[in-house]
Design a protein around this ligand. Structure first.
Ligand code: ADP
Length: 503
């Protein structure tokens, strides 16, 4: 059976409270023990101090006759504790209590003297302290009136002639026993009930204090743990909302230096990437289907037109040509999509081999020359050897994209400049054209998928898919390089590829 919910909060709370209880109990117990010892030491000092006044007076006392009556020892823990028969300051019992002749002789001689033994004993009795004396033979010589009725016999444990002082607690009395110089023993004692009562009330107060401290600690702990766990609750709430479809939600980071702050930041980054990739996916699918729609519509319209009624062979040929162009466009599109899906899924593996980029560039320029000739373009090459590791097939595709764009988006009789340099392993390849250029607003988007500056001009036609530069960028980056474009409207554009740069 589980008494507490299995939450982290309760678990921490439970351990924290348990620890607090153990520490507080140990501290209070130690404090109580210490107080008890201090009280008993003070009591012992109180019982010990009158001995200097008692011993000389007892020594002067004449040998007393034996005691006649024994007073029963009262119950020290009796609530009715107070002066009763045989207790209290009342008259001293036994003949020994009378002032001895030596004392009387002193008085007769008019010698200076302090209080008599009776007065000292009476003083002590007012403080509930009793006095008992035995002679060297163990015979009771003296007992104050408040001494317990059941007089304590000479304690066994008092070594005669050995230790001069013994302390003990017997039947609710604290007793200090002194060996007197003339043999025999003097016992000074008192009831410990008032002390025990005091200690008991101290214990009650300490327990109350302990309960208060533990209660306070529980409350403070509950609040602190709640506060520390709040970010975790926020994280899980946000994760729930995101899994329910609100991809734009983010965790509020308050303490970005704490462990949970770092975790929240990492999770927020992950959510950001998830959202971006989700948006990409949605846009990509929408764009792809949108791009497909036009050529499919063209094929459908042309074939319907051709089939509606008998046509001349020229018309059939024209319809078939249009269908073929559209199919060709769709194939380019699907090839591009396939290529990009490989980039996205991480299957875009390169087969890099050591080679010279100069050779590859010359080869691609040669491939593009027939197209350039159609537009009467001049291609000028300024190439130097550039050895590096690259996947020749992919790199060829990238260079073909860039050069075919330089042809496609160039003016009649324009120019194309290709320059390749290599310094200390850093390779720079630039492809310059004299086309219309790209506007400043369009420039940051040209590497985006399906982006075309002039959509109307290319849509449905055989020309652009808007995927060429996106694929080129993916290829260059997979080689550890980067691609940049600079352009001036009406002057032309330059695409620069850089490889082998640190960072
Ligand atoms: P497309 O298949 O349309 O050529 P790209 O990804 O190769 O797709 O190019 C994206 C767009 O960038 C093009 O539609 C074109 O508008 C613009 N562009 C690319 N290269 C050039 C260039 N050399 N000069 C001017 N515009 C260019």
């Amino acid at each position: 059976m589980r008494f507490f919910p299995q939450t982290i909060r309760w678990r921490i709370q439970l351990w924290h409270t348990l620890l607090l209880v153990v520490i507080i109990a140990a501290l209070l117990a130690a404090f109580y023990q210490n107080q008890r010892e201090i009280s008993y030491q003070a009591l012992d000092r109180e019982l010990n101090s009158p001995i200097t006044r008692l011993l000389p007076r007892m020594e002067r006392r004449r040998e007393p006759p034996p005691r006649t009556r024994r007073v029963p020892r009262p119950d020290p823990l009796d609530d009715e504790f107070g002066p009763g028969p045989g207790r209290g300051p009342g008259p001293l019992r036994g003949p020994g209590i009378e002032d001895g002749p030596s004392e009387r002789r002193q008085e007769d001689r008019g010698e200076e003297r302090g209080p008599t033994l009776d007065e000292v004993v009476e003083d002590l009795a007012e403080d509930d302290i009793f006095v008992i004396q035995w002679d060297r033979d163990g015979e009771l010589r003296f007992a104050s009136g408040n001494a317990p009725e059941d007089l304590t016999p000479i304690p066994e444990e008092v070594p005669r002639g050995g230790e001069r002082l013994t302390k003990r607690t017997v039947d609710g009395y604290r007793e200090v026993i002194h060996a007197s110089p003339g043999g025999g023993f003097v016992l000074v004692g008192t009831s410990i009930k008032p002390f025990e009562d005091n200690l008991e009330s101290l214990a009650v107060r300490l327990v109350g204090t302990g309960v208060l401290i533990v209660g306070g600690g529980f409350l403070v702990g509950w609040l602190l743990i709640g506060r520390s766990l709040k970010p975790i609750r926020e994280i899980s709430d946000t994760a729930h909302r995101i899994s329910d479809g609100d991809l734009s939600d983010r965790i509020q980071i308050r303490e970005d230096r704490s462990e949970l702050g770092t975790l929240s930041a990492v999770l927020n980054e992950t959510f950001e990437k998830l959202e971006t990739s989700f948006e990409h996916q949605v846009r990509f699918t929408a764009d792809a289907s949108h791009e497909m729609r036009t050529p499919i519509a063209v094929i459908l319209a042309k074939s319907q037109f051709a089939l509606k009624r008998e046509r001349s062979s020229g018309k059939y040929q024209e319809a078939l040509q249009t269908c073929m162009d559209s199919a060709q466009h769709m194939r380019t599109l699907t090839d591009g999509l396939l290529e990009l899906s490989k980039v996205d899924s991480g299957e875009f593996n390169l087969r890099k081999e050591e080679g010279d980029l100069e050779d590859l560039t010359r080869e691609v320029v040669r491939m593009i020359e027939p197209l350039a000739d159609e537009k009467q373009l001049t291609i000028s090459c300024e190439l130097s050897p550039a050895r590096m590791k690259f996947d020749s097939q992919k790199m060829r595709q990238a260079l073909l994209n860039l050069l075919s764009n330089a042809v496609k988006y160039n003016r009649e009789e324009g120019e194309i400049g290709v320059k390749l340099t290599s310094v200390d392993g850093r390779v720079l390849l630039s492809i310059r054209d004299t086309g219309p250029g790209i506007s400043e607003e369009a420039l940051p988007h040209v590497f985006e998928r399906f982006y075309r500056v002039d959509k109307a001009r290319t849509r449905g036609g055989r020309s652009g898919t808007g995927l060429g530069l996106a694929i080129t960028k993916a290829i260059i980056e997979a080689h550890g390089g980067r691609i940049e474009v600079k352009s001036e409207v009406g002057v032309g554009s330059v695409f620069e590829l850089r490889f082998g740069e640190r960072n």
